[in-house]
Every structure is written in structure tokens, then in C-alpha cells.
Design a protein around this ligand. Sequence first.
Ligand SMILES: Cc1cc2nc3c(=O)[nH]c(=O)nc-3n(C[C@H](O)[C@H](O)[C@H](O)COP(=O)(O)OP(=O)(O)OC[C@H]3O[C@@H](n4cnc5c(N)ncnc54)[C@H](O)[C@@H]3O)c2cc1C
Length: 461
Amino acid sequence: MSASREAQAGVVQELTDELGADVVRTSDEQREAYRYDWARDPDAVLPLAVVLPRNVEQVQATMRWATRHGVFVIPRGAGSGLSGGASAQAGSIVLCLERMTAIEVDPATRTARAQAGALNASVKQAAAEHGLWYPPDPSSFQISTIGGNVATNAGGLCCVKYGVTVDYVLGLQVVLADGRLITLGGPRLKDVAGLPLIKLLVGSEGTLGIVTEVLCRLVPKLPEPATLVAIFETLTDAARAVVTTCATSRPSMVELIDNASINAVEDHRAMGLDRAAGAMLLIQSDAAGESRALELAAARAACEEASATEIFETDDPDEGAMFVEARRAVFPALERLGAYMLEDVGAPVPLLPELVGGVADIAAEHDLLIAVVAHAGDGNTHPVIVYDASNEDEKRRAATAFTQIMELALSLGGTITGEHGVGRLKQPLLSRQLGEDVMGLQHAIRKVWDPQGLLNPGAGY
Ligand SMILES: Cc1cc2nc3c(=O)[nH]c(=O)nc-3n(C[C@H](O)[C@H](O)[C@H](O)COP(=O)(O)OP(=O)(O)OC[C@H]3O[C@@H](n4cnc5c(N)ncnc54)[C@H](O)[C@@H]3O)c2cc1C
């Protein structure tokens, strides 16, 4: 929306009159609090207002108002996104679903009906109360919403065996750009009536509609996993172990942490990790009986073949959970080292050693600290470029490295983003991955759903 300040204030007042000042927040402090997501996109600006609906009718009213006045809408869950997908734009409101948190579990259909603002952890907890499990587990599961997970098709630690968010969405309730409410899918395990619009919506980064409710597929709770931890002198050795492990068995978790990440975690919160390790590989198996022993034996053999310097195994769930917690602590720990640019590049698993080796070359070329943590079993890595924001030269080198790492992934037949989404920060490279024809199709689809271009302008594709 481009209009004079007074005109904008009048338009916002109209929404406040309809929904109340408890829902429509306009103070500088409140707008500042919803300006950025975790990516801290430097181009994010103060939104006109932050809208915090309590129910779907208020979401519909907001979208009808936005359509009437041509106001841009930035959908938001918890703002834990790492690609600038929820950063506020000029002339926009932020529509944040954080107050819509109801969850209802139906054990008969093994589903959970969750409002978009429910945290992933709350859905897991509600499922667990019925002996059920909601598998998608981004590292941010305690701080991200189910609506945000759907909008980014979030992955996580267990997707190497259990898949990503889209594999667990049976239904969606969505408010369209003009305020209409649609329902897609239902508690049906098979349904091929019409185009699979649920799959189009999942991962659409808030560009096609506002997700207000998600029907999640649940599965029976699994046995506690056994854990193998292997230490390597180099990240490339550890990556070689991943390639062999994934070719010979089907673990439930394969996570990789490099030396810089280990030390950042230890500095942040001492967990007894080996600070001298070049890399630590964390593998879990939740298979039953003999299969578990076979999987762990395959992982051990792969680690030995790749020159692991130490291998440790445990059946104790608490001990295993401690290593997983250390892995989840990596981003918050690295965040303390300075400004950062966070990558999400992926490659086919057999090319993981080339990907991490190439990242190390780029770090050396630009004399930068680039820590690497990876959902290695998916070939999905998170090189984190840490830099001093007050040093212009270092900032420029970091930006160059950010682009080069995505180019490296593309040269390996990989992707610029495995799970965080394109957002605003990875857009310049998207057409290089998809090609102009596919980009054209995506723009045409967007126009059908959002003819006025109000939803999350500048984000995604
Ligand atoms: C410490 C940390 C660890 C992380 N680990 C992982 C990981 O392992 N795997 C992973 O995939 N991600 C990870 N992330 C990234 C992030 O948590 C996910 O992308 C998550 O799905 C975002 O959820 P959110 O509720 O915070 O969404 P937001 O950040 O608020 O929004 C993300 C995107 O979704 C859109 N959106 C949000 N809600 C809606 C809605 N209701 N309707 C339509 N569009 C909407 C926004 O416009 C934006 O484009 C991590 C982040 C952090 C901070």
C-alpha cells in the first residue's frame, strides 16, 4: 500500500474499529517486535500494524479489509524463520496467528486438528497424551508454529526416515486473499479427488493464503532410539561415513556437527562435547530387535571405514537425548558469535563430501568462519557464515561467500534451500535453480490465488 501517512493511518483505524485495539496493534514498540524473523533481514521495515487475530473470522475480516484497500499482508507464525520470509515490508501489516493455538486429537482417525498458531511441540505433546506421535521435528519445534511449519514445509532431524511436514498434512483450512475460507482434505488417508492443492499450499511461504488450521496425521509412538556418536578429524571424513551409512541402512537420525559448532555449543552451555573433534556424527536407530543391531553395526562399520577416531554407543534414551539437545543448541550458540548468514543448501547424499569440502574452500578463500551443521542423512547442510557486521570488508566477503555456497550446491545438482524456504534472502538464486519456464508457471499460479499481489510480496518465488 503506497499512500500518505495520514491516509494509511485512516485505513488502519478502519480495521481497529472493526476488530478492536486488542487485535490491531499500532504502537512503535509492538510494530518493532514483529519487524524481523530470526534471519534479521536488514531490509525489513516497521509494518503499519500488527494484527493478532483470536479466530478465523478475524483473519477473514483482515483479508477482506486488505483487499478493499490494497494493503500488503505478511503472514507470520512465531517468526523463527531463517530466510526472511516473515520480514515486514513497506506498507504492510503483519498478520500473526500466534494466538490461535487450539488443538484437538482424534485417536480414532489418528489425527490432530491444530489451529495454525499452535507450537509444533504442543501438537507433539497433545499426540503423546494418546500414545501417538507427530513426526516432523524441526530443531525449532519448541518455538515454531504448525502454520509456519506448513508454510515452509519444515523438515528436521527425523525426516531422514520419516519425511517432512507435507507427509503429515491431511487437511488445511485456508483464508484466501479476498477473505473467503476454504477447506482442503480431511481425515482420509487416501484422497485423489481433484488437484492436490494441499501439497501446493505446503511450502508456499505465505504467498497463496493464510493457513488457519492444519489436520495433522499422527502415527503410533515409536520405541526410544539407540544412539551412536562418532568423532572424526575432518568434516569430510564424517561426510564419507554418512554416505556409506545411508547407502547400507535406514537410521532414524543422521546429524553432523563441525568443530566450530561444537565449540560454540560448549562456550554457550558446557555439555561435555569433545572440543578437539574435527566433526561429530550423531546417528540413531529406532528399529526393533535385530534390525536395530544391524543398523548400528552398519553405521559403526561406515564410521570405521571413514577413519573415525572414536565411536561411542548407548541404549540409554537420556544420554542419546543429551547429544540431540547439543545438536539443537547449535544455532542459538552460533548466534552469540556475531552477525551471521545462514545457508540451507542441499545436495544428493553421495555428494555430501564435495559439498562440505567446497564450503571449506570458500571459507578459506574469503578468510571467514563458516560453521557447518547438517541434517546429513538428507544431504541438507547449514553452513553458517559468522562475520563482524561493523567491518564493511568482512560483510562484503560474507555476502560473496553466501552466494558462492548456493552456486556450489547448484553445481552439484543440489538445492539452494532444503527446508527453510526461499524467503527474501535466497531469491536472487532461485531462477538459476528452477529455470525461467518453471518460474513463469509459479508466478502464474500465484496470480490465480492472489490477483492483487497482496500476500507476502517479495517473498518466495
Ligand atoms: C534455532 C532454530 C532451529 C531451526 N531448525 C529448523 C529445522 O531443523 N528444520 C526446519 O525446517 N526449519 C528450522 N528452523 C526454521 C524455522 O523454525 C521454520 O522455518 C519454521 O517452520 C517457521 O515457523 P514459524 O512459526 O516460526 O514461522 P514464521 O517464521 O513466522 O514464518 C515462516 C514463513 O511462513 C509463513 N507463514 C507463517 N505462518 C503462516 C500461516 N499461518 N499461513 C501462511 N503462511 C504462514 C511466513 O509468511 C513465512 O514466509 C529453525 C529455526 C531456528 C530459529
